[in-house]
Design a protein around this ligand. Structure first.
Ligand code: FIX
Ligand code: ZN
Length: 417
């Protein structure tokens, strides 16, 4: 019998992985945050943390207040209600509630006091520019991808006026109304000077491409993106399939940009909850498989909203080098599911995916979303490097650092190049 191979102790792997994950800054590849030049569009502070739509959904499980009364309250009053119902009358143990507390705790605030006015007073001392830097430091984030829509009048006005870009913020061109509300959007494009008609004739397609090119340039967009319902089909009967084939894919090829599909959102399942009323549904990934197989020159980024689709999506990424999967999106972003998805993706794909994005809508959320994600990524990586070490293949500190850098944005950047 051969002597057993002496192996690197698990404690050493644990300390190396923990330090690599903690010290590697992330490229957060999908958020709803804005460059500070957008002013009030960039949400931050305790009240915005409390009225986050994840918490709005949760408060309506415990309050009898009619939704229409809630929407008439000021932001401060809504935050007071949520604080009272979800943090004082009940223990705040859901992931979204815990997130608020992790954020406050890492900011150095004493959450034991349960003192909302004192928290408000603390936040009111910050200047936004300094606070952006602080949240990025505490979240360990080096770059933030915004979600930019030429269809949002408030945002559009800022782009049209022009501003000096903060180079920590990159742009992604969001095209949901173009794909999901055509032909209504055709009227909007026509109003902006593009010769389009509701019917998708050749002139209309080429004018849509001119529109996409104009905004890709204005934003310096790094990718195009859309969120799609569970019943999305490609090829399919709706205008979105034709638009993707004839306008989006050729545009992305010409500009060398990936097209990001986030599939599985059931918009306005409960409309009275507004943004909090969106739900999730299982999708048919044949649509994505058809896209990847039919457009090998295109690059696709994808994430899906139903737990039931996750394994199939990871298998699909094994088949197509032009598909990069990312993030544990929205209802998937709870520790139990994040852990299972991260482990499964590593086992199927190695390091060629992006395990997490924050989807932050409020700046301060960078702190908890990345802190919670890092805990799980660390746990899974320790397990995987330890299993590797058991074969005699001892990972070096540099190899671990390289791998972590890939997981936290490096692999995404290589994919986009
Ligand atoms: O479509 C999206 O980008 C979703 O992430 C949002 O619509 C959603 O409201 C959200 O914030 C989820 O985290
Ligand atoms: Zn999002």
């Amino acid at each position: 019998m051969a002597e057993p191979i002496p192996r690197i102790p698990r404690a050493l792997i644990e300390s190396q992985v923990t330090s690599a994950v903690a010290s590697t800054t992330a490229y957060d590849i999908h958020t709803h945050l804005y460059d500070p030049a957008f002013g009030n569009l960039l949400l931050w502070g305790i009240d915005d943390l409390l009225v986050y739509h994840y918490l709005v959904a949760e408060v309506f499980r415990v309050t009898d207040l009619p939704t229409e009364t809630f929407w008439k309250l000021s932001k401060t009053q809504q935050a007071d209600l949520i604080w009272n119902e979800l943090f004082i009358q009940n223990s705040p143990i859901s992931e979204a509630c815990r997130g608020v507390l992790t954020t406050l705790n890492l900011l150095g605030l004493d959450v034991r006091r349960r003192d909302l006015p004192a928290l408000r007073a603390w936040f009111s001392q910050w200047k936004l520019d300094d606070y952006v830097t602080r949240c990025m430091e505490l979240g360990g984030v080096r770059k933030i991808s915004m979600t930019n829509s030429p269809f949002d009048p408030e945002e559009r006005a800022v782009w049209e006026q022009g501003f000096g870009r903060d180079d920590r913020f990159t742009a992604a061109l969001r095209i949901d109304p173009l794909l999901l509300e055509w032909p209504k959007t055709s009227g909007q494009l026509a109003g902006w000077g593009y010769s389009v008609e509701p019917g998708l004739n050749d002139t209309t397609i080429s004018e849509i491409r001119r529109f996409l090119a104009d905004w890709t340039r204005k934003f310096n967009a790094q990718y195009l993106m859309v969120s799609l319902p569970p019943d999305f089909m490609f090829p399919g009967p709706g205008p979105e399939a034709v638009l993707i084939e004839k306008a989006i894919l050729p545009h992305c090829r010409e500009h060398g940009l990936p097209f990001a599909l986030m599939i599985g959102v059931q918009r306005a399942q409960n409309p009275s909850l507004r943004l909090a009323g969106d739900g999730s549904g299982r999708c048919d990934l044949t649509a994505l498989a058809n896209l990847c197989a039919g457009a090998l020159e295109n690059k696709f980024l994808a994430t899906v909203l139903s737990r039931e689709n996750q394994h199939e999506l990871a298998v699909l990424a094994r088949k197509f080098g032009n598909l990069h999967i990312f993030g544990c999106w929205w209802f998937m972003n709870i520790p139990w599911v994040v852990e299972e998805m991260t482990r499964m993706r590593i086992e199927l794909l190695g390091l060629s995916f992006t395990p997490q994005h924050s989807d932050a809508r409020v700046l301060d959320q960078l702190i908890y979303k990345w802190s919670h994600s890092r805990q799980i990524i660390t746990k899974v990586l320790v397990e995987k490097y330890d299993a590797l070490a058991a074969t005699g293949w001892e990972p070096t500190q540099n190899e671990i650092a390289r791998d972590v850098n890939n997981l936290l944005g490096g692999a995404f950047e290589s994919f986009c190049r």
